[in-house]
Ligand binder design. Structure first.
Ligand SMILES: [Zn+2]
Length: 141
């Protein structure tokens, strides 16, 4: 995924990309339904993967993420190439993206599962982390 940090004083004002890595941690109680396909699981990994793909990856993978503060002339000049552009109403920093991604996953997380932690790596050693324990879920989203 590529992004631009509008008004940034350094190199991040340019279109550049990262090989983002997202770690998703969920919490809950394993399914007690003996004999069921998901017996002993919080959620089948394939369902969790589908949730993450539907809510995040399908939209953001290989896209260019821009804020609403990006110049219209840049957006219009890129639009003619039919690029996959995501225009958000916030600066697409790793910190803001992980908060936004948490909100999207929480909104679709099947009950009674809970999103516990979301860790978005921008590089191998720099990341932002959203933790349930640090956030008031009911008021944030
Ligand atoms: Zn960047």
């Amino acid at each position: 995924m590529a992004h631009v940090l509008a008004n940034h004083k350094g190199w991040c004002k340019n279109i550049h990309g990262h090989s983002y890595v997202l770690h998703v941690t969920i919490g809950g109680t394993p399914m007690p339904d003996r004999g069921a396909s998901d017996d002993g699981m919080l959620i089948d990994f394939s369902e969790l993967k589908k949730l993450v793909c539907d809510q995040l990856l399908d939209q953001f993978d290989h896209s260019l993420v821009l804020s609403d503060k990006t110049s219209e002339s840049l957006i219009n000049s890129l639009a003619i190439y039919n690029f996959k552009i995501q225009k958000l109403n916030f600066q697409p920093t790793c910190e803001n993206l992980v908060i936004y991604f948490a909100g999207r996953l929480i909104a679709q997380m099947p009950e009674p599962l809970q999103l516990i932690k979301l860790k978005l790596f921008e590089t191998a050693d720099s990341y932002s982390e959203w933790r349930r324990e640090d956030n008031d879920i009911n008021s944030q989203f």
